[in-house]
Design a protein around this ligand. Structure first.
Ligand code: CTP
Length: 475
């Protein structure tokens, strides 16, 4: 049972200047107004804070009412969406939205929904979940009175996500609510009530009509929660992943070698995502954890005497990223980072051997560049063995690799590595114009440094450059 904090809610309604202003305008004009939804829910659960954004339901003209409140508190910029009967403004750095209550009805002749001015219950019943239907009156007398038409209080106390109407009706109004149900369940640690869950599974294909942007937005919110596995599991079990991220659902049931990993790749992946989420809020590092083994189903092979292998899954996984980023409309400037982490996620473990040369370590440092620390965090998160002595050994292996990295880095300051002899100078000395040849010469100098043939210093690099330039140009 959750203990609800009614004092928090009452104090906020009494003390926040915005509610004072809304209340004055509402009382003066005689228009009914309520603060509704997430603001009420979160105060009762005592999460977030009273400066959070809030939504108002106006039983009347929402935009006209917002204009009066804005005048009252001297807010100049109000955005009006007259077609939707809504208006928004920022006050004291917080966004507030006013919505005129509406009732959607179907006219017999046209079958097109026509929007009429509605009454309070019409607005409330069209909301997503009972816990989001709670509304607090701002009219005097009675400011602070709580309207609970769908047993939202009981569901908040019990920790239950439930639709106010028949699930089919609520979900067909807006199928994105399927993902919202999962997000709220995962964020608040609530259970999705059985009939609602059946409704989710039944309507999941309706996600097809939702724009990719809205789906991706919800998905990234779920991935940003403290323990994303809870939501990711529900996305899988509901069938939602099959619609917007089928590659993830394909991970389930891919058996790994028994003596190596006991879980299927999906369950392993969930653990890796939770592990990384305990140490970072960077959603792209979390995303990389989610997709690090994404190509295992495509590379799975049974080798006699060895068992299942997934040869090359890191490279194929990295190559799959572009298509996935495009399809999911993820920000393309994050693509190289995710590709890099997926491509390199096995590399550090391959460098544990004492015999590994400085040059192999240098290559890791240069390839990972500024993301080396994130890569190592991912590798550490990838350890999901339940055997504590193995976990200790694997972790200490990465510490050893990082010690080698430090040694080599100190020796030759590599992270922002490039040839100490710059392109300009190569062109001048060789008398060549900008072009491919400059790049070839530069790369050869860089390779010589990475292989330890010369130190990462200007004089040595210049001397080496003079030595190789004619051979390269005459080739
Ligand atoms: N709502 C809804 N269906 C949606 C989105 C929103 O019924 N698809 C309703 C809910 O009553 C919700 C309110 O609109 O409480 C405000 O929506 P929003 O600001 O998106 O959600 P919050 O509940 O405030 O929660 P969060 O900010 O965590 O998304």
């Amino acid at each position: 049972m959750n203990k609800l904090n009614f004092d928090k809610l009452n104090n906020a309604i009494e003390s926040m200047p915005i509610f004072g202003a809304v209340s004055r305008v509402a009382t003066k004009s005689g228009i009914e107004v309520y603060v509704v939804g997430g603001y009420v829910r979160d105060r009762l659960l005592d999460i977030g804070n009273e400066q959070d954004e809030a939504d108002f339901t106006v039983i009347g003209d929402g935009p006209a009412f917002a204009a009066e409140v804005a005048a009252e508190i001297r807010v100049k910029n109000v955005s009006y969406f007259k077609n939707f009967g809504t208006a928004k403004f920022d006050f004291q750095n917080t966004p507030y939205e006013f919505v005129g209550a509406r009732r959607e009805s179907y006219s017999v002749e046209s079958r097109k929904p026509s929007v009429e001015k509605g009454v309070f219950i019409d607005d409330i019943r069209r909301r997503d979940f009972t816990i989001n239907t709670l509304a607090v009156s701002l009219n005097e007398p009675g400011r602070g009175n709580l309207a609970d038409l769908f047993n939202g209080i009981a569901d908040l106390e019990k920790g239950v996500i439930r639709t106010p109407l028949k699930p089919d009706e609520t979900f067909s109004d807006d199928p994105l609510r399927i993902l919202r149900a999962i997000r709220f369940a995962a964020k608040l640690n609530f259970k999705i009530e059985d009939e609602t869950w059946e409704g989710i599974k039944k309507n999941v294909a309706r996600l097809e009509i939702i724009s990719q942007e809205r789906i991706t937005d919800e998905f990234l919110k779920i991935l940003s929660l403290p323990k994303p596995s809870v939501g990711l599991k529900l996305l899988h079990e509901s069938g939602a992943f099959t619609f917007f991220f089928p590659e993830i659902s394909l991970l389930a049931g891919i058996e790994q070698r028994k003596e190596y990993h006991h879980k299927d790749v999906f369950l392993h992946t969930l653990e890796v995502v939770d592990n990384i989420s305990a140490v970072t809020e960077n959603v792209w590092l979390r995303f990389a954890a989610l997709v690090h083994d994404i190509a295992k189903p495509n590379t799975k092979k049974f080798v006699e005497g060895t068992g299942w292998t997934f040869h090359g899954h890191e490279e194929l996984g990295a190559r799959m990223m572009k298509r996935i980023f495009r399809k999911m409309k993820l920000p393309l400037h994050e693509l190289p980072y995710v590709e890099k982490l997926v491509r390199l996620h096995l590399r550090p473990i391959a460098l544990v051997d004492e015999e590994v040369t400085d040059s192999a370590i240098r290559r890791l440092v240069v390839n990972a560049g500024e993301n080396l620390d994130d890569l190592i965090s991912l590798c550490r998160a990838d350890i999901t063995s339940k055997n504590p002595s193995k976990v200790r050994r694997y972790l200490s292996n990465y510490e050893k690799v990082m010690l080698r990295v430090k040694e080599v880095e100190e020796k030759d300051k590599l992270r922002e590595f490039q040839s100490p002899v710059r392109g300009e100078e190569i062109m001048k000395v060789c008398g060549i114009p900008p072009g491919r040849m400059v790049g070839v010469i530069k790369t050869q100098i860089e390779e010589a440094i990475l292989d330890g043939i010369i130190p990462n210093e200007y004089d040595a690099a210049y001397e080496y450059f003079l030595k190789i330039k004619n051979r390269i140009m005459n080739n």
